[in-house]
Design a binder for this molecule. Structure first.
Ligand SMILES: Nc1ncnc2c1ncn2[C@@H]1O[C@H](COP(=O)(O)OP(=O)(O)OP(=O)(O)O)[C@@H](O)[C@H]1O
Length: 743
C-alpha cells in the first residue's frame, strides 16, 4: 500500500482514538440473584434499582437508584466475544498492521468477565485470540511485497512487580526509559511468531503462570494485570525501500480498579484505545456495576482531550509526510544529477586527459585538506571558547576567595587549575596560528592549480571538450565544499538565533522596552527580527559604517600596523564611541560605530600606543571615552575596545600610551562585547567583524599599586591569548559563530 494511502486510512481510523464498550455477562450458575442490567440500542445500559421494595412514589421523586448510561458500544448477556470483537475492535486491529498502535483493555470488578472477554474459551475465543487471528490473516492477504515480522511478549504486574509470563521462573523486571522506544521493560522476552496458533500456545502457557485465587464471586480470580503485546514490523520494499513501520497491539487484562493511572498509561503515545468495561448483571453487584459504568462514562472525557492531542498529532504526521516526500524528491533529483555527471563526453587525447585528471585529483585533495583544516580550526576555537569561559569562572572564584573567604589552599588549587587552562589556551592558539598558515598555503595552491587547469585548456586544440571535462570534475569538488558550507551555515543560523534571543534579553535587562529597541534598531539600520551584527547597535549617533571592501583599504599591508616587536597600529577612540586605527582611511577617520559592554572589572589594559600626544588626546581626553584594546596575534590586528567607567581610566604614561585601569590586579578581557577588525591577508584588507563579538584577549601583568603600566610593549612579553578568529576562507557569517556565547 502506498504510504500516502496508508496515512489517509490511518487518519480516519485515528478519529476514534478512544472508545468505550460495555459488556454485561450472563448470570452464572453460582449467582442466585436477580438480573438488573438492560442493554438498549447497542449503546445504552440501564441498571435497575436492586431494591424491589421502592414504590412508584420513590421513583417519581427521584429516590430510585436506577441508572442509565450511553457508550460507544453496549453488549448484553447474549453477545459472544466474537460479537464484541467484530463491532468494536476489528477495525482497530487492521491499523496495527499499517503501523499504528492500539491498546485494548478490559476493566471491571472481580468476577465481572474481564478474563473471559480477553482470553475467552475454546468455544468463545476472547479478544486476544481474535485479534491475533486477524493480524496474521491481514499479513497473509497483504498484496504488497513488504516484509512482516511479528513478535510477542506477555507480562504480568502483580503487587507492583513485573514478571515475564513467557519465562518459566521470571525474576522481577524493571521499567526503563529508552530514548527511541519510550518506556520499556528491561529483560522482557520478545518471541518471534509466525502464526496465531503459536501465540495462543504462548498465551495459554502464560495464563497458566498467572497468579489467581478464589474469591466470593470468582473461583479463579486473577490477582494480577496481564499485558500481551504484539509487535508488527513492516519493512517496505517498493515506494520507500527499507522504510520500517511498526505497529503495536497491547491487550490488557486488568486485575483491579486503578483506573485513572492505568488509563493514563494506556493512552500515552499515539495509541488507539478501546476500553471494554465488563459488568455483572447480578443485583448484589449493583454498586460494583454502577461504579464501573461511572468510570467508563468518565473515561469519555478523556476522549475530548485525546481529540486535541490528535489534532496536533495529525499536524505532526502531515509534516512528517511532507518531509518524506521532500526527501524522496531530493533523492530523485540527486540521482538525476549524478547520472548527468556520469554521462561521458567524447574522447580526447589520452595525455591531455591524464594531465587534467592529475590536476583535478590534486584540486580535490586540496579542497579536502582545506575542509579538514577548517574543521580542526573550528574545533580548536570552540575548545578555547570553553577554556576561556572556565578561566573567567576561575578568576571570579579566585577573587571571591581572596576577598571573602580567604582560604589559601583553595586559592592555590584554583590558581593551579587556572595555569593549566592558560597553558592550554596558549597551546591551542599557537596550533590555531599554524592551521591558519596551512590554510593560507592551501588556498594559494588551489589558485595555482586552477591557473594550471585554465592554462591547459587554453593551450589545447580541443578547448571545449577539456573545458567541459574540467567543469565536470570541478563540479564534484564544489559539491563537497558546498556541503561543508551548508553544515556551517546551519550551525551559524542556530548560533545567530541564539545570539539574537540573548541580545533581546540583554537589551531588555538594560531597561529598554521593545519599542525602544525597535526604534534604536531602526536608527542604526538594524532590522530587529533579524539583527544584523555587522551593523552594531551603537552608542554614537554616527551612521557611517565603512565599507571595508573599499579599494582605499587595499593598499594596507600587514607590517603597516603590526610587527613582532609589538609595534602595532595605534587605535584611538573618539569620545563618541567610535574607534579608529590605520585600518581606516586617514582622510576620513570615520570608523564604524560600536556597541560596547563591559562585564568584567578589569585593571590595566592597553589602550593606545605610539600615537602622538595629540592623537592620544583625541583618543581619551574626553570622558568617558576610554576603551580597552588588545592585540590580536592571529590576525595581527589591534583588536577592539570598549568603554570603561571614568574612574577606571589612567593617565597616559611617558611614552604617550594610554592605559585603562581598574581595581583588579589582572585584566581579564574574557567577557565583553565590542567591535573588532581583522586583517585578511588574502584580500589585502581589513574586515570589520562589527557588532558584538566574543572579545577574548587575555590579560596583562600589572603592578597593583600603580595606576599605570610602566611597560614599553609589555604585552609582547606576556603573550596575549589570541581571539578565536575565523578562517578567512569560510563564509563571512561564520564570524557569528563566535558571538553566540556572550549573551
Ligand atoms: N460472557 C460470558 N459468558 C459466560 N460466562 C462468563 C462470561 N463472562 C464471564 N463469565 C464467567 O464469569 C466468571 C468470572 O469471569 P472472569 O474470570 O472472566 O472474571 P474477571 O473479571 O476476570 O475476574 P477477576 O478480576 O477476579 O479475575 C467466570 O466463571 C467466567 O467463565
Amino acid at each position: 500500500m502506498l504510504v500516502r494511502e496508508y496515512w489517509k486510512k490511518s487518519f480516519s481510523q485515528l478519529m476514534k482514538l478512544f472508545e468505550v464498550a460495555v459488556k454485561c455477562r450472563p448470570l452464572t450458575a453460582r449467582e442466585r440473584g436477580r438480573d438488573i442490567v438492560r442493554v438498549h440500542n447497542d449503546k445504552e445500559v440501564l441498571v435497575l434499582d436492586p431494591d424491589l421494595s421502592k414504590d412508584y412514589l420513590d421513583r417519581i421523586q427521584n429516590r430510585t437508584k436506577e441508572r442509565k448510561y450511553t457508550f460507544d458500544y453496549a453488549f448484553g448477556p447474549n453477545s459472544s466475544n466474537l460479537d464484541v470483537y467484530k463491532r468494536s475492535v476489528r477495525s482497530t486491529i487492521a491499523g496495527v498492521v499499517q503501523g499504528l498502535n492500539a491498546t485494548i483493555f478490559a476493566y471491571g470488578s472481580t468476577g465481572s468477565g474481564k478474563t473471559y472477554t480477553m482470553v475467552g474459551t475454546r468455544d468463545d475465543p476472547g479478544l486476544m485470540v481474535l485479534s491475533l487471528n486477524t493480524i496474521f490473516d491481514l499479513i497473509e492477504k497483504d498484496h504488497s511485497s513488504d516484509n512482516f515480522q511479528v513478535t510477542c511478549s506477555y507480562l504480568e504486574v502483580y503487587n507492583e512487580v513485573i514478571y515475564d509470563l513467557l519465562e518459566k521462573s521470571s525474576g522481577h523486571l524493571e521499567l526503563r526509559e529508552d530514548p527511541e522506544q519510550g518506556i520499556t521493560v528491561a529483560g522482557l522476552r520478545s518471541i518471534k511468531v509466525n502464526s496465531a496458533d503459536r501465540i495462543l500456545e504462548l498465551l495459554n502457557l502464560g495464563n497458566s503462570r498467572r497468579k489467581t485465587e478464589s474469591t466470593e464471586v470468582n473461583e479463579t480470580s486473577s490477582r494480577s494485570h496481564a499485558v500481551l503485546e504484539i509487535s508488527v514490523t513492516r519493512k517496505q520494499q517498493k515506494e520507500y525501500p527499507n522504510q520500517v513501520i511498526r505497529g503495536k497491539l497491547a491487550l490488557v487484562d486488568l486485575a483491579g480498579s486503578k483506573l485513572t493511572r492505568i488509563l493514563k498509561d494506556g493512552l500515552s503515545g499515539n495509541s488507539q484505545t478501546i476500553m471494554i468495561a465488563t459488568i455483572s448483571p447480578a443485583d448484589n453487584q449493583y454498586h460494583h456495576t454502577v461504579n464501573t459504568l461511572k468510570y467508563a462514562d468518565r473515561a469519555k472525557e478523556i476522549k475530548t482531550h485525546i481529540q486535541e492531542s490528535y489534532d496536533s498529532y495529525c499536524n505532526y504526521m502531515r509534516n512528517q509526510f511532507a518531509l518524506q516526500t521532500e526527501v524522496s524528491r531530493l533523492r530523485k533529483e540527486l540521482a538525476e544529477k549524478e547520472s548527468q555527471l556520469n554521462a561521458k563526453p567524447e574522447k580526447a587525447p589520452d595525455d591531455e586527459i591524464s594531465w587534467l585528471n592529475t590536476l583535478s585529483q590534486e584540486t580535490s585533495e586540496n579542497v579536502q585538506e582545506r575542509i579538514n583544516l577548517q574543521k580542526a580550526l573550528i574545533e580548536l576555537e570552540e575548545t578555547n571558547l570553553r577554556n576561556r569561559k572556565e578561566l573567567q569562572h576561575l578568576d571570579d572564584a579566585i577573587a571571591k576567595q581572596q576577598v571573602i573567604e580567604n582560604d589559601g589552599a583553595v586559592v592555590q588549587a584554583l590558581q593551579a587549575r587556572r595555569q593549566v587552562i592558560l597553558d592550554n589556551i596558549r597551546d591551542n592558539d599557537e596550533l590555531g596560528v599554524g592551521y591558519q598558515k596551512e590554510i593560507e598555503a592551501n588556498e594559494q595552491r588551489r589558485c595555482q592549480l586552477q591557473d594550471m587547469i585554465d592554462e591547459a585548456i587554453r593551450n589545447n586544440g580541443n578547448k571545449t571538450y577539456l573545458g567541459i571535462l574540467s567543469q565536470y570534475r570541478l563540479l564534484g569538488i564544489t559539491n563537497t565544499e558546498l556541503q561543508f558550507e551548508m553544515a556551517i551555515r546551519d550551525q551559524i543560523i542556530y548560533s545567530q538565533r541564539e545570539a539574537q534571543r540573548n541580545l533581546w534579553n540583554l537589551l531588555m535587562s538594560l531597561g529598554l522596552n521593545e519599542k525602544q529597541i525597535v526604534e534604536l534598531g531602526a536608527k542604526q539600520g538594524v532590522t530587529v527580527e533579524d539583527i544584523q551584527m555587522t551593523t552594531p547597535l551603537g552608542l554614537s549617533n554616527t551612521t557611517h559604517t565603512p565599507n571595508m571592501t573599499d579599494e582605499r583599504y587595499t593598499s594596507l599591508t600587514r607590517p603597516t600596523f603590526y610587527d613582532q616587536s609589538g609595534a602595532i597600529s595605534p587605535c584611538f577612540f573618539p569620545q563618541d564611541g567610535e574607534f579608529s586605527s590605520r585600518y581606516f582611511p586617514v582622510e576620513t577617520r570615520k570608523p564604524p560605530r560600536a556597541f560596547f559592554r563591559e562585564e568584567h572589572h578589569t585593571s590595566y589594559y592597553y589602550v593606545s600606543h605610539g600615537l602622538s600626544p595629540s592623537a592620544n588626546q583625541q583618543c581619551c581626553s574626553n570622558q568617558p571615552s576610554s576603551y580597552y584594546g588588545a592585540l590580536d596575534q592571529q590576525t595581527r590586528g589591534f583588536h577592539n575596545s570598549f568603554p570603561l567607567k571614568s574612574h577606571h581610566i589612567s593617565p597616559y604614561d611617558e611614552s604617550g600610551d594610554a592605559w585603562a585601569v581598574a581595581n583588579r590586579k589582572e585584566v581579564n578581557m574574557n567577557s565583553y562585547v565590542g567591535m573588532s577588525s581583522t586583517w585578511d591577508p588574502c584580500k589585502g584588507m581589513a574586515t570589520n567583524h562589527g557588532g558584538i563579538n566574543q572579545g577574548i584577549f587575555g590579560r596583562l601583568p600589572v603592578e597593583e599599586s600603580s595606576n599605570k603600566v610602566n611597560s614599553q610593549h609589555s604585552y609582547t612579553k606576556s603573550p596575549i591569548p589570541a581571539r578565536p578568529s575565523v578562517p578567512h576562507m569560510l563564509p563571512s557569517h561564520v564570524n557569528s559563530k563566535f558571538k553566540r556565547e556572550k549573551f
